[in-house]
Write a protein that binds this ligand. Sequence first.
Ligand SMILES: Cc1ncc(COP(=O)(O)O)c(C=O)c1O
Length: 365
Amino acid sequence: MAQAPAPKPWIDAIHAYVPGKSAGDDGRPLVKLSANENPLGSSPMALAARAAAQAPSLYPDGDSTALREAIGRLHGIDPALIVMGTGSGELLHTATGAFAGPGDEVLYSQYAFSLYEIVARRCGAVPVEAPARDYGNDVDALLGAVNERTRVVLLANPNNPTGTYLPRAEIARLHAGLPADVLLVLDQAYAEYVDPRRDDGSLALAVRHANVLVTRTFSKAYGLAGERVGWGTGSAAIVAVLNRIRGAFNVSNSAQATALAALQDQHFVEQSRLHNAAERNRFVAAIGALNNHGLRAVPSEANFVLVLFEGGLTGETAYRGLAERGYIVRWLPGQGLASGLRITIGQRADMDAIAAALREMAEAA
Ligand SMILES: Cc1ncc(COP(=O)(O)O)c(C=O)c1O
């Protein structure tokens, strides 16, 4: 007789998600630029609402009604077509698990968000990676990897960890090339950081087609990563499926109240976007000035930049050197990016200090 319950083999194959670190190997607290959190914190209105939220002894509204209505008003979406998640991560899991299972394939790009492999494996599906182009999603490569076993395609735009962005025409071309029975999940975790004039058309696609789910989060530009609130929108049929299998009371009292107030403070979101764009531009220019030392920044539309180290200074040495100077960023050898550091755009003084430290290390290498 077996000694203990055995997890399914596909569960055994999962390596746990690795979150961004907040301390050095020696336990010293560091400035955390490893998890794409908002350096401006949270909206004061959101913090006030959090403090005044309904008592924790009571169950929350299991349908997050007021929050869905407010999201619907802001984005011009019927609230009945919005489903809430404990972060958008929960929705990526529920959507993939609802439409794919053992024997099926879940497709995404090389250098995609690391959660995608976990999401695919958790439901027993086979994760399939299409080659990236210039560190970003390549529509031709993705379409070329589709076959009769493909059930779900996951694509983040902007992409994490590379920051790359596909324009509206490319997202439309990807959708048009997919069979109608393949679910296209457009993960817009960083959408609020994109200049609104460059909107990729995902929400409009989700309204018009039966095989598109868009996911969004309050974790990034809304500054509420700790409250765990995300949402998705798609056809009535997709939303009904997700509502049947998501956690019954998945969004807590305080999370609903905090996100609702955050939504009403669009000034904070706008400030977050403008701060990010300005500091990202300055940082990318500083990296550009180090091109002769082999450093370059992958073009980013997100709240982080992937810096590649192709000269004397390696990604690993730069990672350790920044940690010695008090900054923790993300080094991603496990994702095939040993020569790159993903650096969250933080406050101005921190970005200046990081740029200066990289210059010093590159010149010394
Ligand atoms: C591309 C992408 N999608 C989804 C998420 C999930 O975020 P959350 O579950 O906090 O909404 C993240 C978080 O890092 C992300 O980078």
